[in-house]
Design a protein around this ligand. Structure first.
Ligand SMILES: [Zn+2]
Length: 342
């Protein structure tokens, strides 16, 4: 079985975006604020939006199951207040839940949280609970920077975030550390802000003793870990200067990286540098990079190909990356699959 641990609902019917635009207009002028009930998307529209896009590509490329969350750049936690984010998160999570119900063999949900800059993350817990208990979601996306590129929240190691971690540990769900749209002109959303955040999150954990407080807490750092694997020596050296334990003991029981690195040399490096136990297959399809690489003739985000072709893996370690590690990092997914006899 091939599990893609990083997919977003980027192809939702247009009505979703139109409703969101009306919601944003309603922040300035409450008369324009739409009711949730005004958003109407039928099961047929959902089916169509998936069958002709993600599911078609999954079948073509040979992946079986995608951990599916709302479109990351649309989370835009910096827009409006907590109520705006809360309504928006509930809508987006429910759509992912409906997709998972329509295609239970191919999609399982991960939740976006109703975060908002300056608001206690504790307020996100009710949505998280609903998604896990009622929808059967197996993970969350946690945004370390709800301000959208201005980094006004405390680091992930701060007690500010602990209520979320306590709930994650209770439910045994991991968080993918995932920012959203940058509203800082210095940072391109997917080319800079995402990768900066991946690197930043790792370093915040490195300088702290977060995982002493939460030994079973699990973070999945997407986009191949940002700059982390490439600069592994720098991070090891910095940890040494700070008298921290070896990174394998300090961080690698808790931090995992996905394979959303869109070329062969990147995956070669990732699989050579990072222990195989810490790598989970993902494509972030259909996401930021949708074109065909003229050097290979294949889609950049057809990441299975790179895993198959790297000389640093064998049949056993490939299967760990494709399936085994995801089942270990997402215990609720593993339990759901076992219940189906898989
Ligand atoms: Zn993503």
């Amino acid at each position: 079985m091939i599990i893609d641990c990083h997919g977003h609902y980027t192809t939702a019917p247009k009505a979703l975006e139109q409703w969101r635009n009306r919601q944003i207009a309603g922040i300035a002028d409450p008369v324009l604020m739409p009711a949730v009930s005004e958003l109407k998307i039928s099961d047929d529209e959902l089916r169509e939006s998936i069958e002709s896009n993600q599911l078609r590509l999954m079948k073509e490329r040979g992946s079986d199951l995608t951990i599916f969350s709302p479109r990351a750049s649309f989370m835009a936690h910096h827009i409006g207040d907590f109520n705006v984010s809360s309504t928006w998160a509930a809508i987006c999570n429910e759509l992912c839940h409906r997709v998972a119900q329509l295609f239970p063999e191919h999609f399982v949900g991960a939740a976006m949280l109703p975060q908002s800059p300056g608001v206690d993350p504790r307020t996100s817990i009710a949505e998280m609970e609903k998604c896990v208990r009622e929808y059967g979601f197996v993970g969350i996306n946690l945004n370390p920077d709800p301000s959208g590129g201005h980094w006004t929240s405390p680091p992930l190691s701060d007690r500010h975030w602990y209520p979320v971690y306590e709930k994650m540990v209770e439910y045994d769900i991991p968080a993918m550390i995932h920012v959203s749209t940058s509203c800082n002109a210095c940072f391109h959303t997917t080319g800079a802000h995402y990768l900066n955040a991946d690197t930043t999150a790792f370093m915040q954990c490195l300088t702290s003793d977060l995982f002493q407080d939460f030994p079973t807490l699990k973070f999945l750092i997407p986009h191949g870990g940002g700059a982390v694997p490439y600069h592994w020596g720098r991070f090891r050296g910095l940890a040494q200067e700070m008298k921290k334990p070896l990174l394998k003991d300090h961080l690698l029981n808790n931090i995992f990286f996905d394979t959303c690195v869109y070329h062969q040399p990147g995956i070669d490096l990732l699989s050579k540098v990072i222990p195989v136990d810490n790598i989970l297959f993902a494509s972030e399809m259909i996401g930021a990079v949708r074109g065909i690489d003229p050097e290979t003739g294949h889609y950049y985000d057809d990441t299975r190909r790179y895993i198959e072709n790297t000389p640093y893996l064998n049949a056993e370690t490939r299967q760990q990356i494709f399936e085994g590690n995801a089942r270990r990092v997402f215990p609720r997914l593993d339990a759901a699959l076992k219940q189906k006899g898989l």
